[in-house]
Design a binder for this molecule. Structure first.
Ligand code: FUB
Length: 326
């Protein structure tokens, strides 16, 4: 499977990609060498701004005939009134001609919250709201705009993503990460309010179940860890995610945006670098997997590079597994 590095001149990771007005827009995290030592908390992912990239001819970019347009810095950490540190995976959605960027960021108490920043155009600049979204926590957002116009906010990530510090949307006194045969900690989803600035409801767990309807267990190498993404194919909802410490991208299929989602298989086998993170998008009749790896940085896991390759389905809607090391 041919894969192409999209932004060889800089380190970009955690892609979220959308198509608006016939143009493809890429919203990545922006890695840099901040000198913070690597640890399980992810402190070395010390990102401080976002760029937006776009193209109207992805195939020409893949052939090396064109470059993506870099729209420059569209939001910086110091412009966010409540900021602490670490701008991780963002996503953008559109409503009534306005564009809403959702981003996780640690506040001054080192707690991840989500913020919203608003723009008149998909390429920004994005103006941040004064405070984090009420009741928001953890990391890694993906927003699905469903065919009826409702917007669903998926989020969550364990370990450094802090999801294990919450139960029933309340902060725990002590973090609790399930082990062994216990059900794995699920991602969360909440419908967004009409103004796109807050949750319209309490976040609900996103259950990934096996063929018998039982939630995947904490010791299953294919259980959810972080990096939620949802796309629709043939009327079904495909929930995909990273398994973190087992380094796969996996997916599950459901009949509605809340799930449950039945586990299907591996989209991408492990890549070079600890993290794996992706999105899946259709553009001009082809499906693409955007993701990252750490090959260009010589395996430095906090300096990741954005890649794209085509993604194919079987006749029954199953995604064909892609080799991460190819
Ligand atoms: O980029 C920082 C974190 O690494 C993301 O939030 C995770 O999904 C992983 O890619």
């Amino acid at each position: 499977m041919k894969k192409t590095y999209l932004i060889p001149e800089d380190y970009m990771a955690d892609p979220s990609v959308h198509v608006w007005n016939g143009r493809l827009y890429i919203y990545p995290s922006h890695d840099w060498e901040s000198g913070i030592p690597e640890n399980d908390n992810g402190d070395h992912f010390n990102m401080k701004d976002y760029h937006v990239f776009s193209t109207d001819d992805l195939e020409a970019v893949i052939r090396g005939e064109q470059k993506l347009t870099d729209h420059g810095v569209v939001l910086s950490v110091e412009d966010i009134p409540w900021h602490g540190r670490q701008l991780w995976d963002c996503d953008v959605q559109e409503k009534n001609g306005k564009y809403y960027m959702y981003f996780p960021l640690k506040d001054r108490n080192d707690i991840f919250r989500f913020g919203v920043a608003v723009a008149d155009r998909p390429e920004g600049p994005f103006i941040p709201q004064p405070a984090p979204m009420m009741g928001s926590y953890s990391i890694d957002v993906a927003v699905l705009k469903d065919d009826d116009g409702q917007q669903y906010f998926y989020f969550g990530g364990i370990w450094g993503g802090q999801l294990q510090r919450y139960k029933d949307n309340k902060a725990l006194e002590s973090a609790y990460l399930p082990e062994g045969d216990e059900p794995a900690l699920p991602s969360r989803v909440a419908r967004l309010r009409d103004d796109m600035l807050e949750f319209a409801e309490e976040p609900r767990p996103v259950l990934v179940v096996d063929k018998d309807g039982k939630p995947l267990k904490a010791n299953d190498p294919h259980r959810f860890f972080e990096a939620s993404w949802v796309h629709k194919y043939n009327g079904k909802y495909y929930f995909s995610y990273s398994t973190g410490d087992t380094h796969y991208l996996c997916y599950a299929i459901g009949d509605n945006p809340y799930g449950p989602f039945t586990y299907q298989g591996v989209i991408l086998t492990p890549v070079v670098g600890w993290t794996t993170h992706h999105c899946i998008v259709e553009f001009k009749g082809k499906w693409y997997l955007f993701h990252h790896d750490s090959v260009p940085s010589g395996g430095r896991t906090w300096l990741r590079s954005l890649k794209v390759c085509e993604l194919h389905y079987d006749a029954d809607g199953k995604i064909q597994t892609i080799e991460g090391m190819d």
